[in-house]
Design a protein around this ligand. Sequence first.
Ligand code: NAP
Length: 495
Amino acid sequence: MASSRERSTPAKQLPDFDLVLFGGTGDLAMRKLLPALFRRYLAGQFPAHARIVGVARSGIERDDYLAQVEASSKKYLPAGLDAMRWTAFSRSLDYACLDATNASDYQKLAAKLANNPAAVRVFFLSTAPALFQIICQNLAAAGLVTAAARVVLEKPLGQDRASADNINQNVGAIFPERQIYRIDHYLGKEAVQNLLALRFGNSLFEPLWRRGRVRHVQITVAEELGVEGRGAFYDQTGALRDMVQNHLLQLLCIMAMEPPVSNHPDAVRDEKLKVLRALKPLLGADVDANVVRGQYRAGAVNGVPVAGYLEEEGIAPDSTTETFVAIKAHIDTWRWAGVPFYLRTGKRMQEQIAEIVIHFEDVPHSIFERVASAGANRLVISLQPRDSITLTILAKNPGETMRLRPVDLRLDMAESVKTPQLDAYERLLTDVIKGNLTLFMRRDELDAAWRWIDPLREAWMQSDERPKSYTAGSWGPAAASSLIGKDGYVWHGET
Ligand code: NAP
């Protein structure tokens, strides 16, 4: 996997679009969505008449809104802002003061969109999910839901299967499924695309991608951050619903799915759905044996002292909300029967990483005497901190004796392409405008994910046990190491 410094293909111009950003003054819009759109503008993808309309209740003027977006884009764009390009981009930016719950306010939006009825219309709902239904109903009542309209739903998509179903029914009453884009931004990451390319663009790995060849798989999404001022939200949610139900299960699907017959969105999503449906249910006592939940106490992350979860603002003093989860899961299919998939996520962990680690079987019989094989025959697909793929194999240690040691073959995406990579929201926003649903969750996928997750929470709710405590800045509770340790393995990165 030597890196060849290839130029990536120039991005194609997008079709004519109007993008209405509900929650246009919010944190997600300012920090991620608007900077992502600016970058796509810089890449030359915006058609001449593209428009972005930020929507919120604040009674500010358009100029004030532009100033807010400019200030936040300066902060969140690593390369800063080129003043001339920014001014040109800002001509496509507009603002509508609108209370999403007030039907008559939508006339303002209708007036703004009236002059381009044939354009792709994206309604990005970057608001609390409690507003999804009323926004969709009011959009329909104002006659804004055209055949070329799309609605984008941000997580959290429900608190459990029933509430997710409720959201889906309400949104589905207005928008057909092919016009609904449920975002999981992990699926927009370059490394996830690369995993698809690696698996389905090469014949090399397919024979190895199965039981008998793969010994076990680890999927980790670890954060150094705590609840960062979102304590009240997080305390009602927890790591299982905030991270496992969506990000980790989606990564598991991409890793484990069968080759789809094409890259058509439904062909890919059909295969992901089969993985979710084949997940062995964890019920009752299985939950104790296969799931570890943890909660961080005070500690230090990167040498900086940090408070414990229960001391954070907005957290109930006796909260049992989990900030860490580790799960041993099985996929009951011919390909994966008997292969453990260990999933792990947590806040206030030692390092910020997101990765899939595939451990292949050792050779059945070694002819070499001196082999330091630990960590070899391993493929690491890293999403964070860098997009990279590392295959660790055994090679001869230089010198007189025949001694083997692990060496890495590493593909670092940032080093191997000259043009900057798209961040996840850039890719996903352009996919919505292009009408490509491949990287968005279909309703039945969401349902299958909740169906597997709900019993875990139900078992916790019936238990008197508190989550296991772990020190902030560690790799989680000791029980998580034992979960994998009793099978003879260690978590990647944990010593
Ligand atoms: P936020 O900072 O609280 O922003 C909420 C936005 O919604 C504001 O622009 C607010 O403006 C607007 N809003 C609230 N009520 C409204 C109403 N009735 N009518 C019109 N606009 C209304 O929230 P956020 O962090 O951006 O998150 C938005 C959603 O994305 C949430 O569901 C969150 O869970 C999800 N999410 C956020 C992140 C993130 O990194 N922030 C990541 C993933 C998912 P006004 O108050 O002025 O109306």
